[in-house]
Write a protein that binds this ligand. Structure first.
Ligand SMILES: NC(=O)c1ccc[n+]([C@@H]2O[C@H](COP(=O)([O-])OP(=O)(O)OC[C@H]3O[C@@H](n4cnc5c(N)ncnc54)[C@H](OP(=O)(O)O)[C@@H]3O)[C@@H](O)[C@H]2O)c1
Length: 225
């Protein structure tokens, strides 16, 4: 049984992964911002698992969350930096400074905040895997999603550098999940998002793949295929 920290559990891939890890007998400690999504998860799974309201872009909130979880649950085996946002489709020069900043704050700083507060305990214990959610757009680009592409390319670089810093037996990987029909995909693909698999279908193959990750994968850029 593994203890799995997942950011962004209220919808989409995070929610589907949480349900699949729980179905397979693992413990899920999740966060998100929507009270409705968190409330549903607490009602269904609240006894052994925890779902907290945390904005990953806030270092203070992540610090308080990590401190509490590490005290009650110890070091996690898997940390899934899944929470993310995408800009509304637009050429870069039409994206406001505020929107650009939000994508950076959640997709890059949010990942660093989680790493800052969970990784020290994992390195102390000498085991664990950090999975930073990248994208096809962390390895290629398209028009109208430049802010998002910038953050996912950043995740690839950040993960490789982190991998060089971690002690033996602790690993960090960048993961491209593939293309899945979630709110985020509907935002950037519009109606054609419905041609892609659901988050639940995806989670059935992604979760066993994640459970197999270990030290030998440190520094790799992986794809769920
Ligand atoms: N779907 C795809 O095809 C696809 C492809 C490539 C990569 N990805 C990546 O996969 C990850 C999940 O994507 P998705 O498609 O599941 O997106 P989604 O359906 O939009 O869900 C995003 C999740 O992140 C949470 N979140 C957003 N901002 C947050 C914040 N500041 N603090 C805490 N939680 C936050 C959201 O919950 P709240 O709103 O409740 O906070 C929600 O649970 C992302 O990193 C995305 O870039 C997805």
């Amino acid at each position: 049984m593994k203890t799995v920290v997942i950011t962004g559990v209220t919808r989409g891939l995070g929610r589907a992964m949480a349900e699949e890890f729980i179905r397979l007998g693992h413990v899920v400690l999740g966060c998100g911002r929507s009270e409705q999504g968190l409330g549903e998860l607490r009602r269904r799974f609240g006894k052994w698992h925890e779902f907290d309201r945390v904005d990953v872009a806030s270092d203070e909130q992540v610090q308080a969350w990590a401190k509490r979880l590490l005290k009650s649950r110890g070091a996690p085996d898997l940390v899934l930096n899944n929470a993310g946002v995408i800009n509304r489709n637009a050429p870069l020069w039409k994206v406001s400074s505020e929107e650009f900043g939000r994508v950076i704050d959640v997709n890059i700083k949010g990942v660093a905040n989680v790493i800052r507060h969970f990784v020290p305990v994992m390195t102390e214990r000498g085991s664990g895997v950090v999975v930073n959610f990248s994208s096809g757009w962390g390895r290629s680009t398209d028009a109208e999603v430049a802010p998002y592409c910038a953050t996912k390319w950043a995740i690839e670089g950040l993960t490789q550098a982190l991998a060089q810093e971690l002690p033996a037996r602790v690993a960090a990987v960048a993961l491209n999940p593939g293309v899945i029909n979630t709110d985020m995909l509907q935002s950037c693909f519009g109606g054609s998002a419905s041609a892609y698999p659901s988050a639940e279908q995806w989670a059935r193959k992604a979760v066993p793949f994640l459970l197999e990750l270990g030290p030998r994968h440190n520094g790799q850029s992986l794809t769920v295929s």
